[in-house]
Design a protein around this ligand. Sequence first.
Ligand code: NAP
Ligand code: CA
Ligand code: CA
Length: 262
Amino acid sequence: MTESLKQIDRLICDWLKIVDDILPRLIQEMHTDTKKDRFDLVTNVDKQIQDHFQTFLSNQLPGHLLLAEEKNNDDIDPYHGHVWIMDPIDGTANLVKQQEDYCIILGYFVDGEPKLSYIYDYPHNKLYKAIAGEGAYENDLPMLKPATLSIEDAILSFNPHVLNDRTINALFQTSFSYRIIGSCGLDSIRVIKGQFGAHMNTNPKPWDIVAQFLFAQELNLKMTSLDGGKVDFGKGGPFIISNPGCHQDVLDILNSGNGYQK
Ligand code: NAP
Ligand code: CA
Ligand code: CA
């Protein structure tokens, strides 16, 4: 890792320690608003964590830009310069309903290349980090490439509301089982750790999937669109992160017949 990347990583880890100090109070004072509909939640926690990070960037890394869920990003070009993409709380419904199973997602790109990625599982005190060319870490311990999982042995994770019944039944029948945590970042972490075979989302935004690129790159996982193509980190769109042992089989099911969409 270059010296400047090391310094940036240290700054981010220090910022996440500040999060440890401020989150309990924010959660205690939490109030919830809705966005598009009654299921689309946002809280003061999401907004204040994002604002805190924006202030930190402006002070510590001037010139670095932020593309994030709870702000307008019209003026951000994600493909040039130093760009951070952030989901301040991924799994907001879990935060509101369960106070568990949510995370902060962060990805750092230089001229469109991923350099650093973070998924911070605050309730379980686990920081997952990936560094370009160096590997991935769980609380500073190196993460291993997961063992190969065939679809028959794999737990699959997806939102059943968005797939047609034929596809859901085929996935249930072919795989070992089904689980969903309800946080794109933490469902992806299960794949990254070899606990799940695959996680897919038919409509993620850049901040839902930004960190997963580097974990997939460093740990030999597959991260593609649902037709097997490349995912554009600046746009998001249908994606799967998968163990290499079941990726093609899951895609074959999604794309058989008239496809997976309702
Ligand atoms: P949820 O618990 O609100 O969210 C589960 C995960 O999906 C979180 O990572 C969440 O990020 C993300 N998410 C939230 N809204 C999404 C959307 N419209 N499209 C894709 N990802 C989304 O999920 P839920 O209660 O099951 O569903 C809430 C709404 O989101 C429903 O309309 C559902 O159909 C839709 N959704 C769609 C997909 C998909 O694959 N297309 C996946 C999940 C949810 P935040 O916590 O940062 O919002
Ligand atoms: Ca999200
Ligand atoms: Ca969010």
